[in-house]
Design a protein around this ligand. Structure first.
Ligand code: IPE
Ligand code: IPE
Ligand code: MG
Length: 231
């Protein structure tokens, strides 16, 4: 059932997830850290499917932050390897299901073959009706600084003009921000966009995140009173 303002019964159009806890999941299961990331990709796959089933217009996923370059080279290389595999294996499903891929953050500094794969995936999913936005080499402060510089160049620095130059300019307003693994912080993710977003935190580690958790978060969202400063 579609509600009046568009979107599904829960009323959310755009949810974003800080997918955290892969390392702790691996540790808890006495597995190599890379296995935590591997199982994290499986959680991504089922969450993308669940977002479609639950009627979200947009799902934004924090996959690699501009600060994650501080990690050991081997871990970064594992993450990039998983990225390659995921694009290759899941692009057909994105296309078949009408999912438009979007990247936020400066992905052009990733390894050239990944940039090429992403550009190809962006082109081939451009007509999708719903969006999965993946944050890669993403930092919100950097995004805001870039947007402010562009707004200044255009001669108008206002909240509206800055918003219009953010990487997320073409996405619906952020309704719900989810973080897994028990940390209660934003870690440089969607700082501007979260101004009036609802927050949902869970102790569940990302590789254990299930469609039922997304549904629980959306049910929680549906029960909240949003005021946007009014009364
Ligand atoms: C999230 O899991 C994945 C990325 C940041 C790429 P972590 O690797 O941060 O896992 P924890 O927080 O160490 O458990
Ligand atoms: C945030 O998680 C980044 C991603 C989930 C990609 P981190 O694990 O990097 O965040 P901190 O360092 O705990 O704040
Ligand atoms: Mg972490």
């Amino acid at each position: 059932m579609q509600s009046e303002g568009g979107g599904a019964g829960h009323g959310a159009r755009h949810a974003a997830i800080i997918m955290d806890g892969n390392g702790r999941w691996a540790k808890r299961n006495r597995l190599p850290r890379a296995m935590g990331h591997y199982r994290g990709v499986e959680a991504v796959r089922r969450t993308v499917r669940a977002a479609g089933a639950l009627g979200l217009e947009c799902l934004t996923l924090y996959a690699f932050s501009s600060e994650n370059w501080k990690r050991p080279e081997e871990e970064i290389s594992d993450l990039m390897g998983l990225m390659r595999k995921f694009i290759a294996s899941d692009l057909p499903e994105f296309i078949a299901n009408g999912v438009r891929l979007k990247i936020i953050g400066d992905y052009t500094v990733l390894e050239p073959d990944i940039v090429a794969m992403l550009d190809d995936a962006l082109a081939r999913t451009a007509n999708g009706q719903r969006t999965v936005a993946v944050a890669l080499n993403y930092g919100s402060q950097q995004e805001i600084a870039r947007a402010a510089a562009k707004a200044a160049q255009a001669g108008e620095i206002t909240p509206e003009s800055i918003s219009a130059h953010l990487d997320t300019a073409d996405l619906p307003p952020l309704d719900l921000l989810i973080r897994t693994s028990g940390e209660v912080r934003l870690s440089n993710f969607l700082l501007w966009q979260a101004a009036y977003a609802e927050m949902w935190f869970t102790d569940v580690l990302w590789p254990d995140f299930m469609p039922a958790h997304l549904e629980e978060a959306l049910n929680s969202f549906a029960g909240r009173e949003r005021r946007f400063g009014g009364r």
